[in-house]
Design a binder for this molecule. Structure first.
Ligand code: NDP
Length: 386
């Protein structure tokens, strides 16, 4: 059976891996819509290749360029927020939400509100508006399928089990490029070093998040909303080989894990084919060749971002929204060379300290807290650099 699929963030790392699987399984999927932020050349090329009917560029200033590139095809060009929402809700039954950052929130929520099956890679959307998104899914009947490798692993381990029998979820973390680096070395880290992840090839923002361990912190919050467990039942362990993608401990002491080579096409394929499975070209796991699997506790002194994220999870209310917004601004500033690596966590810390918002009751509230936090974070960074 062919499933109609929209891919939000088609030109990114997750988008491209999704399209790789789609092109290897042409009988399973019909691509209805593709979106990008600014990269109209890549978007138009993907639209031509897949036969998508709608291509959306978020940046309205690039509309004419996109329309020109798609002239003579059956693919309609569109631009802006309303068009992103159209892509997320049109005739697709399955939506890959792979825009990076809070920018993906509105389209992902639109797909959830419309009752679609949403393969969710865009973790920031869930972190910033978790309760609203899971509440909307419960109302609309939408299915949220985790794409993040850790949450996908947990989702696989939980299949067929009674949630009341779960005692703990253990998220694994590779430790990122600075796992074995001294605090002084980390303080001097450059953007090029921070995005050079030892195990995964990913977009720049999540690569920096992996280097600060904020990524694991965002994933704690993501796990809380996806699986309904409190912070006390969510653990993190560093596992440098990235072979075990996460584990679930049950009340009887049994622990289930999902293993595989670090290739995002495995969790993406699980989400795309769910409740079935489909083949992927991912290299098969050869445990004898790997030889050993190592584990260690995370070092919260060198990686304070993980502690901040857990504190935001435990504080609840608007704290995860503030954490996410401040982190997005800090990471972009670090990548632009405006702040040093340790300042990312310092900026987030200050943003959380200065925040005093009521819990958001609507997506409008979330977006307002996000906007104000971004503004304040920018001013704070400008003041400290002056
Ligand atoms: P990339 O930076 O590689 O791609 C981001 C995509 O989003 C691109 O298509 C980009 O378009 C689009 N985009 C960026 N900004 C906007 C915006 N303001 N409005 C609309 N579209 C926008 O990111 P990744 O693929 O690495 O990550 C995507 C999401 O998946 C993130 O939330 C990340 O945390 C999550 N994730 C990623 C993993 C990975 O392995 N990469 C693993 C697990 C989760 P353009 O190309 O035009 O800039």
């Amino acid at each position: 059976m062919t499933r109609k699929l929209a891919i939000l963030g088609a030109t990114g790392s997750i988008g491209k891996s999704t399209l790789d699987l789609v092109e290897r399984n042409p009988d399973r999927f019909e691509v209805t819509a593709l979106t990008a932020s600014t990269n109209v050349e890549a978007l138009a090329e993907l639209a031509r290749r897949t036969g998508a009917r709608l291509a959306v560029v978020a940046d309205e200033g690039r509309y004419n360029e996109l329309a020109g590139l798609l002239a003579g095809t059956d693919c309609r060009a569109a631009a802006g927020e309303a068009a992103l929402i159209e892509a997320a809700t049109g005739d697709a039954e399955l939506v890959m939400a792979a825009i990076v950052g809070c920018a993906g929130l509105k389209p992902a929520m639109a797909a959830v509100d419309a009752g679609r099956t949403v393969a969710l890679a865009n973790k920031e959307a869930l972190v910033t508006a978790g309760a609203l998104m899971t509440g909307a899914a419960a109302r609309s009947g939408a299915t949220l399928l985790p794409v993040d490798s850790e949450h996908n692993a947990i989702f696989q381990c939980l299949a067929g089990s009674n949630r009341e029998h779960v005692s703990k979820i253990i998220l694994t973390a590779s430790g990122g490029p600075f796992r074995a680096t001294s605090a002084d070395g980390i303080a001097a880290a450059t953007p090029a070093q921070a995005v050079a992840h030892p195990k995964w090839s990913m977009g720049a923002k999540i690569s920096v998040d992996s280097a600060t361990l904020m990524n694991k912190g965002l994933e704690l919050i993501e796990a809380h909303y996806l699986f309904g467990l409190p912070s006390s039942q969510l653990d993190v362990v560093i596992h440098p080989q990235s072979v075990i993608h996460s584990l679930v401990e049950f009340v009887d002491g049994s622990v289930l894990a999902q293993l595989g080579n670090p290739d995002m096409r495995i969790p993406i394929a699980y989400a795309l084919a769910w409740p079935e499975r489909m083949p992927t070209p991912a290299q098969r796991l050869d445990l004898a060749a790997i030889g050993r699997l190592d584990f260690e506790a995370p070092d919260l002194q060198r990686f304070p971002a993980l502690r901040l994220a857990r504190e935001a999870l435990e504080a609840g209310g608007a704290a995860p929204t503030v954490l996410n917004a401040a982190n997005e601004i800090a990471v972009a500033s670090f990548l632009a060379g405006a702040i040093r690596f340790p300042q990312i966590a310092a900026v987030v810390h200050e943003a959380l300290n200065g925040a005093d918002y009521d819990a958001p009751n609507s997506i409008g509230d979330v977006l307002e807290i996000d906007r104000v936090t971004r503004e304040k974070t920018r001013s704070m960074m400008q003041a400290s650099c002056a």
